[in-house]
Design a protein around this ligand. Structure first.
Ligand code: NAD
Length: 293
């Protein structure tokens, strides 16, 4: 079993670190927020009072932080406190450029590194069923895999540095666009007098099928487990969808990719958030289309 340092023990990091403890690893954690650190302690994580204290003696360090700027602030402190050849894994969802900068910092310090963002939300983090999308060397991936397996059920090596973040934002751009498409179709069906169930029965088994309708249907009824049946409690909050769509648009701008629907989806989710809906599930955007955008 490994000695692991876990930095960032929030909504995702907390349950992920708890699963590492359950798998028999010795986990030392640090978070800037004292109540978050206390909650992690209750799951068996040893609390540290500073990043350097958390990573001392660790064979692997995992970070789970809000944005690229937080990762680029935390990693220099981490890298200054660990010996060469230690593995540092960042599981946060951040921009590809920052992820590549973090890899470059690790390389300069002689350390192994992996970007490994996740899909599956807080439910998947608690259940240990996350999907990890990893970018980095074969050596880093091979060393990280058994650790990631304690927190997830599918671990995909997507390529070199930054490839995990690239896969994550491309996937979530598809998700944002497809959810808007499905919502528009249900609103049109309502205007045409077509029932939700009838549209679902046809589209979920025809060429309109996708995760946004088959698994996460934005109207109550057809898929009982979707957030639409629970007053749009997240699930996946609209603010996080907006964050990922913005990351996709930053990447599109920097790489010269044409993503007109991604750009439109980002604008629509920005408007939805501005109307006070950032904390609701992202499928609640159907309500915005009912009231005409
Ligand atoms: P969160 O805000 O709940 O947790 C982040 C934690 O990082 C906070 O507790 C904060 O105090 C801590 N932190 C910030 N800077 C720090 C530093 N320098 N040192 C130590 N701790 C620091 O966020 P979250 O929901 O756990 O999300 C974390 C990442 O996972 C984000 O990048 C998010 O986009 C991604 N993600 C979230 C979800 C989700 O459903 N919540 C799903 C997939 C991916």
């Amino acid at each position: 079993m490994a000695r692991i340092a876990f930095i960032g023990l929030g909504n995702m990091g907390g349950p992920m670190a708890a699963n590492l403890v359950k798998a028999g690893h010795e986990v030392t954690g640090f978070d800037l927020a004292a109540p978050v650190l206390k909650a992690a302690e209750e799951t068996g994580v040893k609390p540290a009072s500073h990043v350097s204290q958390a990573v001392a003696g660790a064979e692997t360090v995992v970070t789970m932080l809000p944005q690229g700027k937080h990762v680029l602030t935390a990693w220099p402190d981490i890298l200054a406190s660990i010996p060469a050849a230690t593995l540092v894994i960042d599981c946060s969802t951040i921009d590809v450029e920052s992820a590549r900068k973090a890899h470059a910092m690790a390389k300069a310090a002689g350390c192994l590194s992996l970007d490994a963002p996740v899909s599956g939300g807080t439910g998947g983090a608690a259940a240990g069923t996350l999907t990890f999308m990893a970018g980095g060397s074969q050596e880093s991936f091979a060393k990280a895999k058994p650790i990631l397996e304690a927190m997830g059920k599918k671990i995909v090596h997507c390529g070199e540095a930054g490839a995990g973040q690239a896969a994550k934002i491309c996937n979530n751009m598809i998700l944002g666009i497809s959810m808007i498409g499905v919502c528009e179709a249900f609103v049109l069906a309502e205007k045409l007098g077509l029932s939700h169930q009838a549209l679902f029965d046809v589209a979920s088994t025809s060429s309109g099928q996708c995760w946004s309708i088959n698994t996460y249907c934005p109207v109550p009824g057809p898929v009982p487990s979707s957030p639409a049946n629970n007053a749009y409690k997240p699930g996946f909050a609209a603010a996080l969808m907006l964050k990922d769509l913005r990351l996709s648009q930053e990447a599109a701008l920097l790489s010269g990719a044409s993503t007109p629907l991604g750009a439109e989806a980002a604008q629509l989710y920005a408007l939805f958030e501005k109307q006070g809906n950032g904390g609701r599930d992202f499928s609640a955007i159907i309500e915005m289309f009912r009231s005409k955008v």
